[in-house]
Design a protein around this ligand. Sequence first.
Ligand code: ADP
Ligand code: CA
Ligand code: CA
Ligand code: CA
Length: 420
Amino acid sequence: VSTQQPRVVLVYQRTTLPWVFDSAERAGIRLILVPRPDETVTADRLPPAVADVLRLDIDGDRAGALATLRQVHEATPFQGICTLYDPAVPFVAEAAELLGLPGIGRDAALGAQDKRVMRERLAAAGLNVPRFVGLKDPSAWEEAAHLDFPVVVKPAHGFSSLGVTKAEHPDELKAVVEEVGQVCRGKLGEARGLIVEEYLDGPEFAVESLAHRGEVTVCSIGYKGEPEGPYFEESVYRAPAVLPEAVRDAIRHEVTAAHAALGIADGPTHTELRLRGDRPYLLELGARIGGSGVSEYIVRNVTGRDFAADALRIAAGLPPRSFDSARPPAATGAAANYIVPCGGSGRITAIHGLDELRADPRVDHIVQMLFPGDVVRPYPDFTGYPAFVLSRHATTAEAEEFHRALETAIRIEYAPEGGR
Ligand code: ADP
Ligand code: CA
Ligand code: CA
Ligand code: CA
């Protein structure tokens, strides 16, 4: 088997987001793709790295999904299983444990997903943590009333900022907690608790790291804007972040310590944090490649090395090839993601500016998710992002200038909802 190409199960990755598939192809890793239940995949349109397609219904029939994986593994063994989709991280950890494959383990997966457990573990390790209160249920909102305001209320198992809402004053807390509770019941399927934490002002950063046998390499630190709420839409990502070396060191130190605190010894991670002065405060650490693969694009273009290929190799039990914790990578270029804001609500009648960008040599990918005819509901009812624009630049300052131009170059027109 060792001379054959490693086979890795990739859970719930959309084929419209190409980066991880391209990495697998370059690294000679064959993928067994588990499509999202709502996605139709046609054999002749699959990325070349996909050797097989396996349908699993993780949410509807978790035990059945695990049993199917076991059967497939017994018939034709695969060497690893991974996902870039945050809600599937615990399933993947469990499957890997059951099949004796590399993984972070069920307990670490819990800490990387339940924000209350994460906060407790980071605090116990002496890391920087805002004051917080875990709520079993929205009716327990009063338990958080003693915190210093503003606070941020979030679903304990949330992702993509779904429902994350700032409350400015104690007298708003009950209503905000109820609103977030609604999002939990509606969009996240079930109510599994909330977390309320003190608002951290300051700029936000994303850190892409790779762990192997407990050694953590911080591959890239990027700037994520300074969203102030009350809702926290994604906006920009520009890497490498322009920061003094001492602050970069503090970030590396905090992120590395967080891996140890959460028991994440192997695989890629995506950490979000805010800086208060020179002090990094983690928002969360996801045990996966970030942004459905956008993080692979960012790291590759900042460092010239193949992040997702190493992540897939670690999933298959192989040592990383591009990254070595003893020699952390230097930034050799800049890369960016511009997340087109909805900028309104209603039925989209036109999206201006994207076609012109396709010819721009700085732009590598435009991933369009909303189209004319789609209806954008007003926040907090999150519809999705209209598009991502991924670009490469010589410096982060050039990326920033480019993003400033996009703010006026891309424009979405709406008709009132119900209109045409
Ligand atoms: P999710 O898992 O839904 O992405 P996060 O914890 O990452 O949830 O929160 C989403 C966004 O909300 C963050 O990227 C950040 O901008 C904002 N946010 C969350 N918690 C805080 C906080 N304590 N202080 C300031 N902003 C926060
Ligand atoms: Ca998350
Ligand atoms: Ca997040
Ligand atoms: Ca975010």
